[in-house]
Design a binder for this molecule. Structure first.
Ligand SMILES: Cc1cc2nc3c(=O)[nH]c(=O)nc-3n(C[C@H](O)[C@H](O)[C@H](O)COP(=O)(O)OP(=O)(O)OC[C@H]3O[C@@H](n4cnc5c(N)ncnc54)[C@H](O)[C@@H]3O)c2cc1C
Ligand SMILES: Cc1cc2nc3c(=O)[nH]c(=O)nc-3n(C[C@H](O)[C@H](O)[C@H](O)COP(=O)(O)O)c2cc1C
Length: 773
């Protein structure tokens, strides 16, 4: 085959050499506009896994790269006068020039033709090529030429960064955070050869502009950074080698995804590789890794499917299928890390204690969890656990096993929860006339015995026509109150768990069948009239509600207050006002469901007016020493709906009105929603509200392991973790998870004690693997 790689960065060179090695008959040319030793940038980092992959494909280059590597294990964080260090993080760094020189030399040794100082304008310059690799980087001319075919989606991110170098030697991957009168800057620093370190300085656009850096040339920018980071530089200077760049030396990162990776130009097949196809932010340093792995995968497909011109279409399709999945995974992690650095100044640097700030930094991509950190640096993690536990009020034994964050107590007003695990509200549709029965007693009782610090009742309706279905629970009469009291008393007298009441009104989502008979479908008969913020039905099939009148508002408010008063008599420990999921109060908060033109619609202030009126009314009767939380849909997942930024505005309003916690859910407001599900998918909302608004939060949604809960709580992304479905699957989720992570200090109900040790021993045996013989 005749192969031309346009662009001699890591992608083009590595693919060239791998293919030549596979079959020396191929005629392969790599064309690069720069001189052989002329390149931008400083060092790049790899993980051990990338090296294993490279070793398997070309031992020679892998060996040369390894011998040029600088390996380091430590991460050091400087912030607010503190210098903190952790170990076990295993990175290797190499100079970009050195890497390219190794690849260039190997190409030459294998017979790949290298052409330098030639700028390619078009792929059509190579009509005899069977295959053209567009490895021409982020600004790929070749990709841009076939924009319609490749469908590039390039988003310029808001932060500014400058890629500098320093001759000062750093013996750890160092992050230095510095506050100026205008805001925060951070430096990402790592050594990549004996005497040189990469030194990337980053800040937000407004801080960048406030310092006049938009008008500063490179020399002034470097002087500014040297001054700002003088402590960590300790007399060292900064250097640039980006002189070929036009305009500002400060760049914005461009996040690139392509809809399609290959195209036939009439003569040759053109395929994207490396930064031309995708980018991953330097916050997790994976751009070069992705470029090299693209090269490996394309070579693998030629090996598997055949390396003759007729096989090219099948090979390119297989390459794209495999790589687009892997790349999306890395881009996801890179996005979390990138976003962390974009908000670090406004969200974490001022608010979190240095210890917790460091934990948040280390887990920023959400790929490294609590237990990963324990594997990397047990001493650091255990000290952090002790710090966290002491802050939560535990008398810490410096020599004893530390208590993981999810098992620390949580205090809010007069309420103390023994741990941070909450059973989330879950409608069971199993009541008659709103009255709890034996099913509910067993349902709640068994979960309370199962170790959660707090169990929430399901959405409890404030009047008969506030119900979602005829099977929903209520608290509008004394019979219901008495049945609730029996359950709450059982929980209080038999377990250490606390019991929460979630009060709600179904609004336009009411008068429907129980879940297993057709969710959101109107009743076959005996439907009751619905009310909502506006007269908009939920589905095409649903009843159209009446837009609430002031008289309706007064009635519903009175119902909420009466239910809250009954809740006090029953003895609930905490009240949650359900303002999520498209039910009545949520219908006011979302512009999708609130089309009112009076003082109850049209702006954040107006949309929140009625929900806040209810909140204030129940806060006025609810005892001062008992907390109230508010459940919000923090994202409508639909064009024109609320986003986390709107949720932050509402959270602030509820906070100012006296709310203690926001329970951060999302969705179910519109049938057009397109939620992006995934592990911990709603935790970012909790993180945002907690750290930007300064209100305690509950994280919920696809949290299913102790490791998840510990990571969330430890990083300060939430104060409590609520789990719904895991509690349906396992009544004793908390006790079981404690045993799984080896925490033996969590008390089991005395009646069940004989099972505890056996359960722990069986787990330990299973973890140790099969016995020999
Ligand atoms: C600040 C910063 C820090 C980074 N840190 C890391 C890190 O630590 N680890 C990591 O893995 N990655 C890092 N990266 C990313 C990494 O540099 C890229 O992802 C990687 O170089 C991609 O390789 P590539 O071969 O696809 O593209 P490039 O390395 O961009 O190579 C493209 C080549 O094509 C040439 N070219 C372009 N157009 C033409 C043309 N028309 N004719 C001829 N030649 C052309 C260019 O001169 C260039 O040499 C970082 C990036 C930045 C901006
Ligand atoms: C069967 C079921 C019923 C639910 N009912 C309610 C409810 O009454 N009130 C509420 O706010 N959320 C309700 N939810 C949502 C859960 O509280 C929770 O937010 C959601 O299931 C995500 O958590 P998970 O991933 O741990 O299941 C319900 C969820 C399930 C599975």
């Amino acid at each position: 085959m005749r192969v031309v790689c346009i662009g001699g960065g890591p992608a083009g060179l590595y693919f060239g050499l791998l293919m030549k090695k596979e079959n020396p008959e191929h005629h392969i040319t790599v064309i690069e506009r720069n001189k052989p030793y002329d390149t931008f940038g400083w060092g790049v980092v790899f993980s051990d896994a990338t090296m294993d992959n490279m070793r398997a494909w070309d031992r020679e280059t892998a060996q040369e790269i390894e011998s040029a590597f600088n390996h380091w294990d430590d991460i050091e964080v400087l912030i607010k006068g503190r210098r903190m260090r952790t170990t076990g993080h295993g990175f290797v760094g190499i100079g970009r020039k050195k890497l390219l020189n190794i690849l260039q030399a190997r190409c030459e040794a294998l017979g790949v033709e290298l052409v330098f100082e030639r700028e390619v304008d078009s792929d059509l310059e190579f009509p005899d090529a069977d295959l053209i690799i567009a490895s021409d980087g982020i600004n790929s001319k070749i990709r841009n030429r076939y924009r319609d075919a490749f469908k590039p989606d390039l988003v310029m991110r808001p932060n500014r960064f400058i890629w500098l170098g320093s001759k000062k030697r750093f013996d750890a991957f160092t992050f230095d955070f510095r506050r100026t009168e205008h805001g925060w800057f951070q430096a990402h620093i790592y050594k990549f050869d004996e005497d040189t370190s990469t030194f990337i300085v980053e800040t937000t656009e407004d801080v960048f502009a406030a310092h006049g850096l938009d008008k500063a040339d490179e020399t002034k920018s470097i002087a500014f950074c040297e001054q700002l980071f003088s402590e960590v530089l300790n007399g060292g200077t900064l250097m640039s080698n980006a002189r070929h760049l036009r305009g500002s030396a400060w760049l914005n990162f461009g996040r690139l995804i392509c809809g399609k990776w290959s195209h036939f130009n009439g003569k040759s097949h053109v395929v994207l590789m490396g930064d031309a196809a995708h980018t991953a932010h330097f916050a997790i340093g994976s751009g070069t890794k992705l470029a090299l792995e693209d090269a490996i995968e394309l070579t693998r497909q030629f090996r598997n499917l055949g390396d003759t011109p007729d096989k090219i279409p099948a090979v390119l399709a297989a390459y794209e299928e495999v790589r687009s999945v892997d790349v999306a995974r890395i881009q996801n992690a890179a996005r979390n890390a990138m976003e962390w650095f974009e908000v670090v100044g406004s969200r974490y640097a001022d608010t979190l204690d240095p210890e917790q700030f460091m934990y948040s930094l280390l887990t920023r991509s959400q790929r490294i969890s609590h237990e990963n950190l324990r594997l990397r640096d047990k001493t650091w993690l255990e000290n952090y656990e002790r710090w966290f536990a002491a802050r939560a009020g535990i008398n810490v034994d410096p020599d004893g096993p530390p208590v993981p964050p999810m098992f620390t107590p949580y205090r809010v007003r007069g309420l103390t929860l023994q741990n941070r695990i909450v059973m989330s509200p879950m409608a069971m549709y199993s009541a008659k006339d709103g009255v709890p029965n034996d099913f509910h007693l067993v349902h709640f009782g068994s979960r309370a015995l199962g170790g959660a610090g707090l169990i929430f009742g399901e959405m409890t309706c404030v009047s008969p026509d506030a119900r979602i279905t005829p099977g929903c629970l209520g608290l509008w009469n004394d019979e219901q109150a008495a049945a609730w009291k029996r359950m709450v008393d059982f929980v209080h007298t038999t377990t250490p768990a606390k019991f929460g009441l979630q009060l709600g009104h179904a609004g336009r989502k009411g008068s429907t069948r129980v879940a297993w008979e057709g969710i959101d479908q109107p009743l076959h008969e005996d439907n009751w009239p619905l009310i909502s913020a506006s007269a908009l039905s939920y589905t095409a099939n649903s009843q159209v509600p009446r837009a609430m009148t002031r008289a309706d508002m007064d009635q519903v408010k009175a119902d909420f207050v009466a239910a809250a008063r009954r809740g006090i008599e029953v003895g609930f420990d905490i009240l949650e006002l359900h303002c999520a999921h498209g039910y009545l109060l949520s219908s006011f908060l979302s512009p999708l469901t609130n089309h009112r033109t009076d003082e109850y619609g049209g702006s954040h202030e107006n949309n929140a007016r009625y929900p806040l009126e209810i909140f204030r009314a129940i806060r006025a009767v609810w005892p001062d020493d008992k907390p109230i939380s508010v459940r919000l849909s923090c994202h409508d997942w639909t064009e024109g709906g609320n986003t986390p930024a709107d949720a932050a505005i509402y959270a602030k309003m509820f906070k100012d009105a006296g709310a203690d916690l926001v329970d951060c859910s999302s969705g179910q407001v519109s049938k057009d929603e397109k939620p992006v599900y995934g592990r911990l998918f709603q935790t970012p909302f909790s993180d945002k509200l907690r750290n930007e608004v300064g209100i305690a939060t509950v994280a919920v949604g696809a949290i299913s392991e102790a490791d998840h809960a510990n990571s969330i709580i430890a990083a300060g992304r939430a104060d409590l973790c609520a789990l719904a479905r895991p509690h349906l699957a396992d009544t004793a989720w908390t006790l079981h998870e404690a045993a799984k992570i080896g925490v033996k200090s969590i008390a089991w109900p005395k009646q069940y004690l004989s099972a505890k040790m056996q359960y722990e021993t069986n787990l330990a045996r299973a973890a140790a693997g099969p016995r020999p013989g």
